[in-house]
Design a protein around this ligand. Structure first.
Ligand code: IVH
Length: 667
C-alpha cells in the first residue's frame, strides 16, 4: 500500500479515536494541540494526494460550498411525534392504558430526558454516514448532510471493533446547543450587529439550517441519539439494548437515561429530572417514557402520528404568552433606571408573573417592544422574568412605542444616559428612591466616615422624615435623634459627636462621598490633586475635566452631569452651610496617613535636613511644627534628642526614628 495512504489512514484513526473519546465517552485522551497538529497534517496529506480524500474523513467537518437550497428527502420510516402528559396523573393514566393493552404482562419502561432541540435522522450505509435530514413534517425533511457532518459528536463512519456493522442503519436524535455556547454565540451576534437568538433551540435550528455549512462548522452543536429508523442486518429485543449499542458504534446517548420497572420509579424520574432542569447545561422540556420491549411496542402500535408505547412528560412551561399593559421606569438604589413591563398576569412554571424587566432602552429598541404588545415571557429559576420576543403578528396598530422619560418618576429631576452606559440614571442625589443607599455610602468609612450612623438608623431617620438629603445630617440636633425609637440619650450624643468629627474633611473624601457615578476613591484623589478646592472643581467645564490626566470622557461627563443638576448643587451648598469644611489641598499628592497630621522633628537628623523633612510632610498634606503639644501626632527623633522627645513621651505622642519615618513616607 502507498505510504501516503497508510499515513492518512493512521491519522484518521487517531483523530476519530480522539473524537470518540472526547465527544462520546466524555473522556479526552489527547491534548488540543496534538489533535490540531494531527488534523493539519491530515489536511496537508489529503491536499497533496487528493485521490485518497474520502467523504468520511475527519477533515470533512469544516463545511462544504454553500447550497442554493436544501433538497427534500423522504424518510424511509416516518418520524413520529409524541403524545404529551401534562402532569403526573396523566403519566399514571398512560401506564394504565399500556397495562390494559398488555393484560397480565410485565412492562418495563425506558425513561429519557426530552431534549429541546431539533430532531434529525442520520443514515449509515455499510458503516458510512451517507446522508442526514431534518424531521420536517415527519414524512419528508430537508437534506442537511453537509451541516450534520460538521458536528463532532456525529460519527462519519461507524466503529466496528465492538459490534457488527449493519448494512443499513438509521439513527434519530436531537441536535442542540449548550446554554453556554448559546450565550457566547449571542454575544458574538450582537457584537457583529446581528440579531440575537431567542433561545438555544432557535440558535441550534438557525445553525443547522445554514445553506453555507462552513457557518454551521463555526457553531458548537451536539447531538443525543435516542431512536432507530430503518435498520437492516440487525435487530434488538429491547429499546435499552438498542440505546446501549449506540455508543459502541460511536453515537452519543444521554447519560441520564434510566430503565424503570414501576410507576413509582417513573414518577420519581419525572420529578428528579425537573428538579435538575436548571443545573443541566442544555435545555430540556420534559421526559420521555418508552415501553422497553420491542415486541410489546409492536403489540401496542401507533395511533395517527404517535406511538401508543411512548409518552412525553412535559415540564411546567417556562415561557408563556401575555400582553404588556404598561411600561414604567423604575428607579434603583443607585439611580439606575430600569424599564419594567406590567403584564396581564400569567402563570409560568407555577408562579404568577405580572412584571418583566426590559433592561434598558437599547433592549426595548432592539426587540421593538411596545405598550399593548403580545409577548413571549420567560422565567428561569429565580431570575426576573424577561421578554423573549414580541409576537408582531398579533399587533393591531394600537401599540405604542416607549421611551424612558426625561424626568425621574420619583423626584422629577433630570434623567440622563451617561456616555458609554446602557442604563439611564436619575441625577438627583437626594431622589427618595436612592436616598438610603446614598446616605449609607456618604457616611461610610472611606467617605465621610461618620461612625455610628448604621444602616438601621439611616432607615429610621429617612422613614420618619428626619432627613431627606445627605446635607440634613449636618443640621441634626441631639434631641432629634433622641426622639427616635430605641435611641438612648447617650447614643444620640455619640452620633452627634461622630458627625462633628466628620466635618473636617478632604476634597478627595468629599468627592467620593457624593457618589458620582464612575467616580470612586481614586478619582476623588485625582480630582483633589488637580483642582485643590471644590470651587475650582465645580467651575471646571467638560473640556477642562477631560484634559486632566487620569480622567476620561466618561468620568468628565459624569462629573459635569452631576454638578449641573440643581438639586445636587444645592445639596453641596447646604453641606458647606452645615459646617463641612474641606481642607485646602497643598501641592503634591495628598496622602491619607499625612492629611491634617502634625509632625515635629528633633535631634540631629542624619538622613535629611530639617527643611527637606518639612517639605516631605507638607507635600503629603501634613504639617511640620517646631514645638510639641497635645496637637502633635508624631515626633521624629534623630541623634541626641533633647527635651522635645521627653515632652512627647509625657504627652503620649507617637515617637518614631528617622528610619521609621522614611518607611512611612515610602510605603
Ligand atoms: S423519541 C416515537 N426521545 O420530541 C418516538 N424524542 O415530541 C419519537 N425528543 O420529534 C421520538 N428528546 O424531536 C424521543 N429522548 C427523546 C427525545 C425526543 C427530544 C423530541 C423529538 C421528537 C419530539 C416528539
Amino acid at each position: 500500500m502507498d505510504l501516503f495512504k497508510q499515513k492518512i489512514e493512521k491519522l484518521r484513526r487517531k483523530i476519530n479515536e480522539a473524537n470518540y473519546n472526547y465527544y462520546i465517552l466524555d473522556n479526552p485522551t489527547i491534548s488540543d494541540a496534538e489533535y490540531d497538529s494531527s488534523m493539519r497534517e491530515l489536511q496537508q496529506l489529503e491536499e497533496s494526494s487528493p485521490q485518497y480524500k474520502t467523504a468520511d474523513s475527519p477533515t470533512q467537518r469544516v463545511g462544504a460550498s454553500p447550497l442554493t437550497k436544501f433538497n427534500t428527502v423522504t424518510h424511509r420510516i416516518p418520524l413520529l411525534s409524541l403524545d404529551n402528559a401534562m402532569d403526573e396523573a396523566e403519566v399514571i393514566e398512560f401506564v394504565s392504558r399500556v397495562h390494559k393493552a398488555l393484560p397480565g404482562e410485565q412492562v418495563e419502561f425506558v425513561a429519557e430526558p426530552k431534549i429541546d432541540g431539533l430532531a434529525v435522522e442520520l443514515v449509515y450505509e455499510n458503516g458510512i454516514f451517507v446522508s442526514g435530514s431534518t424531521r420536517g413534517d415527519g414524512i419528508t425533511g430537508e437534506d442537511i448532510t453537509q451541516n450534520l457532518k460538521t458536528i463532532r459528536s456525529i460519527p462519519l463512519q461507524l466503529r466496528s471493533n465492538q459490534h457488527p456493522i449493519p448494512s443499513l442503519l438509521e439513527v434519530r436524535g436531537e441536535v442542540y446547543m449548550d446554554r453556554n455556547d448559546f450565550e457566547r454565540l449571542n454575544e458574538q451576534q450582537l457584537a457583529e450587529g446581528k440579531p440575537a437568538f431567542a433561545n438555544p433551540r432557535n440558535s441550534a435550528a438557525g445553525s443547522l439550517r445554514q445553506l453555507d455549512s462552513r457557518i454551521t462548522a463555526t457553531r458548537t452543536l451536539s447531538i443525543f441519539c435516542y431512536a432507530p429508523g430503518s435498520c437492516e442486518g440487525f435487530s434488538f429485543e429491547t429499546h435499552i439494548e438498542f440505546l446501549q449499542t449506540l455508543p459502541l458504534w460511536g453515537f452519543r446517548i444521554n447519560p441520564l437515561i434510566k430503565l424503570c420497572k414501576t410507576t413509582d420509579e417513573l414518577i420519581d424520574y419525572y420529578r428528579s429530572i425537573e428538579t435538575k432542569r436548571d443545573t443541566i447545561s442544555y435545555d430540556i422540556d420534559g421526559v420521555v417514557f418508552k415501553v422497553n420491549s420491542i415486541g410489546q411496542q409492536q403489540t401496542l402500535g401507533i395511533k395517527s402520528r404517535s406511538p401508543r408505547w411512548a409518552i412525553a412528560g412535559k415540564f411546567k412551561a417556562k415561557q408563556e404568552i401575555t400582553q404588556i399593559l404598561n411600561i414604567e421606569a423604575s428607579v434603583g438604589r443607585t439611580g439606575a433606571i430600569t424599564p419594567v413591563a406590567h403584564l396581564q398576569p400569567v402563570q409560568i412554571g407555577g408562579v404568577t408573573v405580572s412584571n418583566a424587566t426590559l433592561h434598558n432602552q437599547d433592549e426595548i429598541d432592539r426587540k421593538d417592544i411596545r405598550v399593548g404588545d403580545w409577548v413571549v415571557i420567560q422565567r428561569a429559576g429565580d431570575v426576573i422574568p424577561q421578554v423573549v420576543k414580541v409576537i408582531t403578528e398579533r399587533r393591531n396598530g394600537a401599540e405604542k412605542p416607549y421611551r424612558i422619560p426625561a424626568e425621574c418618576p420619583v423626584c422629577g429631576s433630570h434623567i440622563i444616559r451617561p456616555e458609554g452606559e446602557a442604563k439611564h440614571r436619575c441625577q438627583n442625589m437626594n431622589c427618595p428612591a436612592q436616598i438610603k443607599g446614598r446616605i449609607q455610602h456618604f457616611v461610610s468609612k472611606r467617605a465621610m466616615n461618620i461612625d455610628g450612623l448604621g444602616d438601621r438608623l439611616i432607615e429610621q431617620m429617612v422613614d420618619s422624615g428626619l432627613i431627606h438629603s445627605v446635607a440634613d445630617i449636618y443640621f441634626l440636633k441631639k434631641d432629634d435623634l433622641a426622639a427616635l425609637e430605641r435611641m438612648a440619650d447617650k447614643s444620640a450624643q455619640n452620633v452627634i459627636n461622630a458627625i462633628d468629627a466628620s466635618r473636617e474633611t478632604t476634597l478627595a473624601r468629599f468627592i467620593y462621598a457624593l457618589g458620582i457615578p464612575n467616580v470612586g476613591e481614586h478619582m476623588g484623589k485625582v480630582m483633589e490633586r488637580e483642582f485643590k478646592d471644590l470651587e475650582t472643581l465645580i467651575a471646571a467645564d467638560y473640556e477642562r475635566l477631560e484634559a486632566v490626566e487620569g480622567i476620561g470622557p466618561i468620568v468628565a461627563r459624569a462629573i459635569r452631569d452631576f454638578f449641573d443638576e440643581e438639586n445636587n448643587q444645592q445639596t453641596v451648598n447646604r453641606l458647606l452651610e452645615g459646617g463641612v469644611s474641606i481642607a485646602k489641598s497643598k501641592t503634591g499628592t495628598q496622602d491619607e496617613r499625612f492629611a491634617g497630621k502634625t509632625f515635629v522633628f528633633t535631634g540631629t537628623l542624619t538622613q535629611f535636613t530639617r527643611d527637606e523633612a518639612k517639605e516631605i510632610v507638607e507635600k503629603k498634606g501634613g504639617k511640620a511644627s517646631s514645638s510639641v503639644s497635645n496637637k502633635t501626632d508624631y515626633v521624629v527623633v534623630g541623634e541626641n534628642p533633647g527635651s522635645k522627645a521627653t515632652k512627647a513621651k509625657k504627652l503620649g505622642v507617637t515617637i518614631i526614628n528617622e528610619e521609621e519615618f522614611l518607611d512611612f513616607v515610602n510605603k
